[in-house]
Design a protein around this ligand. Structure first.
Ligand code: PAF
Length: 284
């Protein structure tokens, strides 16, 4: 596996790869969710480049950035065992050198949901993803559906800026009790870890209600909210039903599928999750 730390190095390596390249952008602390993205890329492309960069521009709290788990040696070992072609691990100064001043704002899709509670987050995500895609020049880039709004923001950016890349969303990978895999799960205490699967239970039971014919948005949201409220270690930040593409909030009788998404604190750890309410199992 080729390890590149500078833009010049990864560009030079990229030029040796004649065929299409899949790219998996990550912030490291890799888990089975990332492995699934890598596998999806490897199934479709002869070469897969993973990027590993904890992007300061997308953290709105300095504390969250400082607490973000990191394990470069462990990540490199995993990437080797997964058979990745190359990894790009830039420093902050490589991506944001002194004098850096260009940012991308995806105006509408970035509003609401995560955007409401993490001001500036998607500006940071869009900026770094655009820069990484521009450096790597993959034909396809792979993202997890767990970050549904991130997928929508990146897709809108790619469309608006006519970036020559296809954005692929892969299904959320879960623990056996339903908890969505996240690097942040490592920070849950044992009691919090036991409480956290209530989020998926609430999403699933609401999906069941939708599939059984319930179409009133308020009833569906209330049902999920009540399930989560019954768990004292979990504090809901938001729970929302939105159009799966535009992310506009939905109310009243649902005419089609809807994205049910939430953020909740489990102790000090902020978790997000979502499920698509659709007649049959579908994903974004
Ligand atoms: O999903 C993530 O890990 C990050 O938001 C991403 C896409 C790597 C951009 O920093």
């Amino acid at each position: 596996m080729k390890i590149c730390r500078t833009i010049a190095e990864v560009r030079a390596f990229r030029q040796t790869l004649v065929q299409g390249v899949g790219c998996v952008p990550t912030m490291g602390y890799l888990h089975a969710g990332h492995a699934a993205l890598v596998q999806a890329s490897q199934a479709a492309h002869p070469a897969t480049i993973v990027t590993l960069f904890v992007n300061p521009a997308q953290f709105n709290a300095a504390e969250d950035l400082a607490n973000y788990p990191r394990d470069e040696a462990g990540d490199l070992a995993k990437l080797v065992s997964w058979g990745v072609t190359a990894v790009f691990i830039p420093t902050v100064a490589e991506i944001y050198p002194t004098g850096y001043q260009t940012y991308i704002d995806v105006e509408e899709v970035s509003q609401g949901l995560e955007g409401q509670y993490r001001p500036g987050h998607f500006r940071g995500v869009a900026t770094v993803v655009a820069k990484l895609l521009n450096i790597i020049q993959p034909s396809h880039a792979y993202f997890g559906q767990k970050d549904a709004q991130q997928v929508a923001v990146v897709r809108q950016m790619v469309q608006d800026l006519a970036l020559p890349v296809e954005i692929m969303a892969c299904p959320t990978v879960r623990e056996s009790d339903g908890l969505a895999l996240s690097s942040r799960n490592a920070r849950l205490s044992p009691a919090e870890r036991r409480a956290a699967p209530v989020l998926y239970r609430a999403l699933r039971q609401t999906q069941d209600a939708y599939q059984a014919g319930e179409r009133l948005a308020e009833t569906l949201v209330e049902q999920a909210r009540a399930i989560i409220h019954a768990e004292p270690l979990v504090r809901l930040e938001y729970l929302s039903l939105n159009d799966p593409q535009t992310l506009k909030p939905l109310a009243g009788t649902l005419a089609g599928s809807a994205l049910l998404s939430l953020a909740a604190y489990c102790g000090p750890v902020r978790l997000i999750d979502n499920l698509l309410l659709a007649k049959h199992s579908e994903h974004l």
